[in-house]
Design a protein around this ligand. Sequence first.
Ligand SMILES: NC(=O)c1ccc[n+]([C@@H]2O[C@H](COP(=O)([O-])OP(=O)(O)OC[C@H]3O[C@@H](n4cnc5c(N)ncnc54)[C@H](O)[C@@H]3O)[C@@H](O)[C@H]2O)c1
Length: 400
Amino acid sequence: MVNVIGLGYIGLPTALMMASHGVEVVGTDYNPKVVAMLNAGKTTFKEKGLDELFQRALEKGIRFTEDYQITDTYIVSVPSPYDKFSKKVDACYVVAAVKKVLEVCPENATIIIESTVSPGTIDKHIRPEIKNHNINLVHAPERIIPGNMVYELLHNNRTIGADDKETGDRVAALYASFCQGQIVVTDIRTAEMTKVVENTFRAVNIAFANELAKICRHDNMDVYEIIRICNMHPRVNILQPGPGVGGHCISVDPWFLVGDYPSLAKVIDESMKTNESMPDFVLNRIYEIMKENGLTDISRVGLYGLTYKENVDDMRESPTLQLLESQERHLAPGLKVYDPFITDDVVKNQYHDLDAFLSDVDFVVIMVKHNEIMENMDKLTEKTVLDCFNICDLPGVYHI
Ligand SMILES: NC(=O)c1ccc[n+]([C@@H]2O[C@H](COP(=O)([O-])OP(=O)(O)OC[C@H]3O[C@@H](n4cnc5c(N)ncnc54)[C@H](O)[C@@H]3O)[C@@H](O)[C@H]2O)c1
C-alpha cells in the first residue's frame, strides 16, 4: 500500500492516478477540511479531468485520512516554499512530514519525496532524520502543469533519484503502473538538481521575453512582431512576454539556486528580478494609458484574472496579487478585479460576474487569458484595453 502524504495540487492527483491504476492507496493530509471534503466525495480544486479520475479512484477503494499509515511506501508531496530573505528552500514542511512518517513506518520502508527541493536538501535535512532507521530514500520530483495535470501525469517523462539501483528500479516500476512516459533512474542529488534546473530554464527564458518587452516599449517597437520574425530563424524560439510569473514552481524554485549559489547564479538572479518587476511594469502602463486617454479614476479600471495562469483556480504568487500589493504600496484607491475561477472573496473590489464587472469599468487589463475572455472579446469593444498577452485584436488595444 502507498501512503501519499499531502493532498494538494500534486499529492491528490498522484494518489488518485495510482489508485485508479490498481495500486492500493491511502491519502493523508493534516488539514481536516481537505480530508472531510474528499470523504464527502468532493475534489478540493478545479482541474480538467480530476473529478472523473476521483470517481475511478473511489471505485478502486482509495481512502482519505488525517492519520499516517503503517506501510512500506510513502510519497511526500507537501509544500516547499523559499525563505524570502535567504532565498534558500524552506524544507520545514518536508522534514515535519518525514518525522511523522518515521513515527509509524516499519524498518526498510521507502520514503519518496515528490516535493521540489534544491540540490543537497535531502542530504542536509532528511538524512539526519533517518540516520537511526533503515529507510530507502527516493526523490521523484513532479513536472505536471496545472490545467493539464491528468494528461501530464500519464504522459510526462519522469526522474527517479535513489541511492541504489534496486530501490530506483522498484520505485520506477511503481510509477510505471500509470506513467506512460520514459522513467529515468539516477541519484538523488541529480534528481533534485534537474527539477530545479527545468523550472529555472523556463524562468530565464520568460525573463528574456519580458526584458525584450521593456526594451521595445522604451523605444516604441512592436515586441510581438519582433519575436514572431526572430522565431522564423531555425535556431531561435523566444517565448512570449507577460504580466509576470506566478504559481508554485517557476516563481519559486529558481530562487533556491540563487540562495545556495549567490555568487554564481547571476543570470538566474537577474531573471527572477525581471519577472518580479512585471506587475509593477503593468501598473505603470495602466497609469500611462489612463493619462493618454484622460482617465483619472482608477476605480474605473478593472483587472481581468486573479489566477497565476489560464483556466485554473490557483492564485498562488499570481501577477494580479503582486500588482494589487504593489498598488497598495502606492496608496492608489481600488482597482476592480474579476476572475471566473475565484468564487470566494479574496481581494477588495472583487466581482463574481463578468457583465457586472464590465459595467463598472471603462478600462480592462487582461491579466490572465482564461477561455472566458477569449470567447467574450466582443464585450470589450467600448472599453480601453491593456492586453498583456496579445490575444485581443480589437482596434486600439494597448500592449505591455
Ligand atoms: N502545484 C504545482 O504545480 C507543482 C508542480 C510540480 C511540483 N510541485 C511541488 O509539489 C509540492 C507540493 O505542492 P502543492 O502545490 O501540491 O502544495 P499544496 O499546498 O497544494 O498541498 C500541500 C498539502 O500538504 C498538506 N500538508 C502539509 N504538511 C503536511 C504534513 N506534515 N502532513 C500531512 N499533510 C501535510 C497541506 O495541508 C496541503 O493540503 C511542492 O514541493 C511543490 O513545489 C508543485
